[in-house]
Design a protein around this ligand. Sequence first.
Ligand code: UFG
Length: 321
Amino acid sequence: MQTVLVTGGAGYIGSHTCHMLIENGYNVIVIDSLENGHREHLPEQVRFYKEDLNNFEKINTIFEGNEIDAVIHFAGYIEAGESMQDPIKFFQNNVSNSINLIKAMKNNNVRNIVFSSSAGVYGQPEEMPIKETAKKKPTNYYGLTKLMFEQILDSAKVYNMQSICLRYFNAAGAGYNIGEKHNPETHLIPLILQVATGERNNIKIFGTDYPTPDGTCIRDYIHVLDLAKAHIKALHLLDRNIKGKFNVGTGKGNSVKEIINICREVTQHTIPAEECPRREGDPPELVADSNKFKEFDWQPEHSIRDIIQSAWDWHSLQKQT
Ligand code: UFG
């Protein structure tokens, strides 16, 4: 049985992945500072350390005290907008603290790492759908930190380490009786569902004059369980010494207006929408070409309706409890 160390395991994608790892027979060790994570979203079988990656000595001690076969590195700040207000906070956590993780891996002869990267590494590519070979020109510091750490991981081959970087598109949906809970919430689907539960009065549409069919931005929404499954696939690939960088999306885009309409159908709520100016830095369209990863027998299984239904099942339950 393999033991996997998961950083940021109490976060949204991390916690869903931990449940799936346990379900698939892995031993799971989680390091999470709980600055943004939720301890209660973790399965009880995980060994949990409340620790920050900035504390190299503590992290190294955790590696020394456990037989770790591989690492999945989710921990990091995620708000692109915030990264433009406070870039150093992002470089410190997403780059510098992440280097502590590589140092601890190196000290303890742990070779394999799966890294949470992002479509944010591309910026605003000219060709859609986006292939891994597209130019990397991040439009915010968040995307830059992800690109920098991908490059740092490339350099770690000198220490005989190997990595898979998964470039997520828009994670959404819920499973295992847990869900998406950011504070403050900035993501489209949970914000829309908060209108349906009565926590918000309306959803603001950021821009209706984009060069898209209905004028609103198009994104590739992927179910968090399909993402979790991608991490397990990545662990298998590393076991076969297959490494690389992969887009993880569905290849299908939906506009903001389409998403609002599906949410209306699923929740049976009118969900008032207000047309607002563009949000700074939003590319008009981001859709993944994930064929490179699909060659390794990974396929997204969930439709956009499944995604929204699962998110609604969880959100509506939260409201009742
Ligand atoms: N949007 C609205 N109203 C809102 C919130 C969002 O219209 O209240 C729009 C945005 O303008 C954007 C779309 O909905 O066009 C999706 O916005 P999100 O904030 O949900 O997601 P982003 O596409 O901005 O970013 C997400 C993650 C990033 C990641 C990126 C990769 O938050 O971390 O996907 O594609 F890098």
